[in-house]
Design a protein around this ligand. Structure first.
Ligand code: GLN
Length: 535
């Protein structure tokens, strides 16, 4: 099988939605019967985004095999249904650390280690590694053309064009055509400059994907084609969409996948987008609105909750619902109750650190006492346990050691756990980066529990990203307070799920179910949560 490589770069400005564009192109190729793999190469120096604040880089996505990755991998998975692996995400930090450890081992046999060829070779081998039987590998290069950090990546993909030939490589460049009101025109100049910038490092864009808030006149396409050395069919409009699930359909209508096939001399005719059209029909018919309250610390930057928002939407679409997500800042106690009273269900998502926990604990108490459907995710579950200990068991000191030493460590540092690679151990002095319990782990569900009904399974696999765990010493007392442990790691050591028998729908999970929800496969926990909110 011939694997073809599509490289997606961005120009003019960041935030044009390169991740979504890559995911949409992946979906379009699948709709033509091809298998795809999507990869992201991020030019920053962090080894992974795990140590970055959500304000810096949005949510940290987690793969089954335990890589902390950029949130674009979430777009890829949700649009294509293909689970990302650690071989699908790399940063400059990771590339350098591989090359430097090789240098320390003496593997370069006395050679001077340089950006070209050593760093670029490592980037090339990352791109080509583990591509198995994929018809297409789509590689998104993070950042914007012209960034100093991005140069080694551009050099690597330039070389790959040379190594593999035009018939196995394609360069897609995503840019912006700004509309200038006083001129009454969409401007092509920034795109022309960006294409030239690419050309200056030896890359001729094959397809231009032009973000624009209005249709692009034929004349502008012709101009861009002429100045950028392209056929005008390869200048493709990427118009603002009314919802992200419309993007593949729009690109298709503009001929993106047809032009990709044309480039590779593949059949340009057959494509089946019925599933995607079905989503638009469902969205068009959605007529009921439902308010869900989300109590978190990063409500100013919704990218921090990307997968969560998507998972809720996936569950709502087949139910004919339009979700009205009410963002409740856990640090603003004044507005908390007012907003909580207004919602049909309450969700406390993952989080880190003590700041803002009072608001979250209060929201959990409100959900428990008023029988409002509640879902606590990771930190949200840990706080549900702390809330029960403090307010029901009278353990005023109940806390997590994440917030400092405490007399009642109902949530404590995970010191040891079983992973596929063997026993993992941690102490207070372990590094913060790359040392959490990350990735897919099994969880056994208690028979006759609510979660058992929700999943209709005995054993599930979910993705984790946490450093602390519920202290099993408190499990029995918690059960007396009505909060029972209904999911455990198969060795019985780690509490994975808690739920309340005295409440219509109250579940806390130590993992992140939102990371496994897909557009065409909503996650059962979110579907059940939303159904409970509708009841
Ligand atoms: N801060 C908590 C922990 O490390 C929860 C993490 C999370 O919500 N992802 O265990």
């Amino acid at each position: 099988m011939v694997t073809r490589y599509i490289f997606i770069t961005g120009g003019v400005t960041s935030s044009l939605g390169k991740g979504l564009a890559s995911a949409a192109l992946g979906a379009l190729l699948q709709a033509r019967g091809y298998s795809v793999l999507l990869r992201k190469l991020d030019p920053y120096l962090n080894i992974d985004p795990g140590t970055l604040s959500p304000y810096e880089h949005g949510e940290v996505f987690v793969t089954d095999d335990g890589t902390e990755a950029d949130l674009d991998l979430g777009h890829y998975e949700r649009f294509t249904g293909v689970s990302a692996r650690s071989s699908d995400y790399v940063t400059t930090g990771k590339i350098y650390s591989t090359v430097l450890s090789r240098e320390r081992r003496g593997d370069y046999l006395g050679a001077t280690v340089q950006v070209i060829p050593h760093i670029t070779d490592e980037i090339k081998s990352f791109i080509m590694r583990d591509t198995e039987n994929a018809d297409f590998v789509l590689c998104e290069i993070g950042g914007t053309v012209g960034d100093i950090e991005g140069l080694p990546y551009l050099e690597a993909i330039r070389q790959l064009r040379n190594d593999l030939g035009r018939e196995r490589t394609l360069f897609v460049h995503l840019t912006l055509l700004p509309y200038i009101a006083t001129a009454g025109e969409l401007k092509t100049k920034p795109t022309q400059h960006s294409v030239k910038e690419l050309l200056s490092v030896g890359i001729q864009a094959d397809i231009l994907l032009c973000r624009s808030d209005r249709p692009i006149p034929q004349e502008a396409k012709r101009k861009l084609a002429q100045f950028c050395n392209l056929a005008s069919d390869n200048v493709i409009a990427a118009l603002d969409a009314s919802n992200i699930y419309e993007v593949p359909l729009q690109y298709h209508a503009e001929g993106l996948d047809r032009q990709v096939c044309h480039h590779f001399c593949l059949d340009e005719s057959a494509s089946d987008l019925a599933q995607w059209q079905g989503i638009q029909t469902q969205l068009g018919a959605a007529n009921k609105s439902l308010k869900i309250g989300i109590v978190g610390k990063y409500t100013q930057l919704l990218d921090a909750y990307k997968s969560l928002i998507e998972a809720l939407n996936h569950a709502a679409i087949p139910l004919g619902l339009k979700l009205d997500l009410v963002w409740i800042d856990s640090q603003d106690l004044d507005q908390l109750h007012q907003k909580l009273k207004d919602v049909k269900a309450i969700l406390v998502p993952g989080g880190f650190g003590e700041r803002g926990i009072e608001g979250k604990l209060e929201a959990i108490r409100f959900a428990r006492e008023n029988k409002v459907p509640f879902l606590g995710i990771c930190f949200g579950m840990q706080l549900a346990v702390i809330e029960a200990c403090r307010n029901q068991l009278g353990l005023a000191q109940a806390s997590s050691t994440e917030f400092g030493p405490t007399a009642e460590p109902v949530v404590g540092l995970m010191r040891e756990w079983q992973s596929e690679a063997g026993i993992q151990t941690r102490t207070e002095s372990s590094d913060l980066g790359g040392t959490m319990r990350v990735g897919s782990y099994p969880c056994r569900l208690m028979p006759h529990s609510l979660v058992h009904t929700v999943y209709n399974a005995d054993l599930i696999q979910e993705r984790h990203r946490h450093r602390y765990e519920v202290n099993t010493h408190y499990i029995e007392r918690l059960a007396e307070a009505g909060l029972k442990c209904s999911g455990l790691s198969p060795d019985g050591v780690l509490p994975e799920i808690v739920e309340r028998a005295d409440h219509p729908w109250f579940i806390g999970v130590q993992f992140h179910p939102e990371l496994k929800s897909r557009l065409f496969e909503p996650h059962p926990l979110f579907s059940a949560f939303i159904k409970a909110a509708m009841a």
